[in-house]
Write a protein that binds this ligand. Structure first.
Ligand SMILES: *Cc1c(COP(=O)(O)O)cnc(C)c1O
Length: 391
């Protein structure tokens, strides 16, 4: 079976990082590296991108409405709520899958103190939209570049356009440190407030525990072992399809945590290969695009020419999502089911038809760099076969 994702690190990265992380200034080294990459004044290294967003909103301290796309990871509105703000949704454009600018304009009413621009699946948003809000000095522009490390718009890294940005190094992202998330901030005063908020942060998780998790994950997602893991998992938990989960309203323990030295090191050792990771992901995305452009029942997202995505997965839109998913499972391809409902659904709000439609039709093809060309071609052939039977 072809797994839906695979962590970016190699066994060698995992072991090498253990030796290095015990003594060195791992977090400072990572900060220096990322500061240079993003050409930003302040970088904070935390245990997750969620924690980074939480720290930012606490530091900003202007409770009010925070606008965000209605089709997104549900953790984003949850964090907004944890930080004492109220999430407010904007429908997406079904063609590009990112926030529609007409909708954003319409939603920019009173009481909005921040906007979260999400580069979903690593696909950059239309940055001209940011320019349209920039004159609103009373609104903080936050880029959720959690899945978009290395993605560019007009040759400039996303995450460097807004007032602040978050990037994730969780297991499914471009580069994984097993745990990890960063906050990028330019303004000195805001950065000082973040520093203050982080004084109350919990200490990082244990280096050894994260090391063990990285080994376990690397092994579980090996193509030979993965089918067994998947069968075992399925027998324990019923496969979740469209079930909507209520948003969490209370902040979980140890939510605001600093990054472990181990994860920082694991990220640093892979950053040297970032260009290779991105090239490989873009090559796989291009393979899918070229091969599937004539498959009528499968729609591909429209990517504006200014965008160079980071592709943590390659989203496709299929009318009968569930039967297509099981068809591909039958052929040994485990597709990403993300996301199975929109944020609007989890908050029981109506009026976000495109976001709801995306949740009902979107599946992600794997783009991790260790996916072989042969497997990518196999996936394309399987989809083409589905298409010929559906016309
Ligand atoms: C993964 C992801 C997050 C959360 O990142 P964590 O590091 O797991 O907290 C937030 N937003 C988007 C769009 C994501 O893809």
């Amino acid at each position: 079976m072809i797994p839906r994702y695979a962590p970016s690190y190699t066994y060698s990265d995992v072991f090498r990082s253990l030796g290095k992380s015990i003594h060195n200034r791992a977090n400072d080294d990572l900060k220096t590296h990322l500061k240079a990459l993003y050409k930003v004044n302040h970088v904070f290294v935390l245990s997750s991108a969620k924690a980074a967003l939480y720290a930012l909103l606490k530091a900003y301290n202007r409770p009010g409405k925070v606008l965000m796309p209605a089709y997104n990871s549900r953790v984003v509105p949850e964090v907004v709520h944890f930080a004492g703000y109220s999430p407010a949704f904007v429908d997406i454009d079904y063609q590009t899958l990112n926030m529609s600018h007409e909708m954003l304009d319409a939603a920019l009413g009173t009481g909005v103190t921040a906007v979260v621009i999400v580069h979903l699946f690593g696909i950059p948003c239309n940055m001209e939209d940011i320019e349209r809000i920039r004159h609103r000095k009373d609104i903080l522009i936050i880029e959720d570049a959690a899945p978009a490390l290395g993605a560019e718009y007009d040759g400039r890294l996303v995450g460097s356009f807004g007032d602040a940005a978050i990037v994730s190094f969780q297991a499914t992202k471009v580069i994984s440190g097993e745990t990890g998330g960063i906050l990028l901030v330019n303004d000195d005063e805001l950065a000082q407030k973040v520093e203050h908020v982080l004084q109350a942060a919990d200490p990082p998780g244990s280096n050894w525990l994260i090391f063990a998790k990285a080994i376990a994950r690397k092994t579980a997602f090996h193509p030979w072992l993965y089918p067994t893991i998947k069968i075992g998992y399925r027998s324990l938990h019923k496969e979740q399809l469209f079930e909507v989960v209520e948003p969490r309203t209370t902040i979980p323990p140890k939510f605001l945590r600093l990054c472990s030295k181990y994860s920082s090191t694991l990220i640093s050792v892979q950053l040297d290969r970032l260009d290779w990771h991105l090239q490989r992901r873009r090559y796989l995305a291009q393979t899918y695009r070229e091969s599937l452009s004539d498959c009528v029942p499968v729609r591909l997202p429209q990517i504006p020419s200014q965008c160079a995505p980071a592709w943590i997965q390659f989203p496709i839109l299929v009318e009968d999502k569930e039967s297509f998913y099981w068809y591909m499972q039958g052929l040994g391809v485990d597709l990403n089911w993300t996301f199975r409902y929109s944020c609007a659904d989890s908050y029981r709000l109506n009026g976000f038809p495109n976001a709801q439609k995306a949740a009902k039709t979107l599946l992600g093809l794997p783009t991790y760099p260790s996916l072989t060309d042969k497997n990518a071609r196999y996936i394309c052939d399987a989809i083409k076969k589905y298409c010929t039977t559906r016309i």
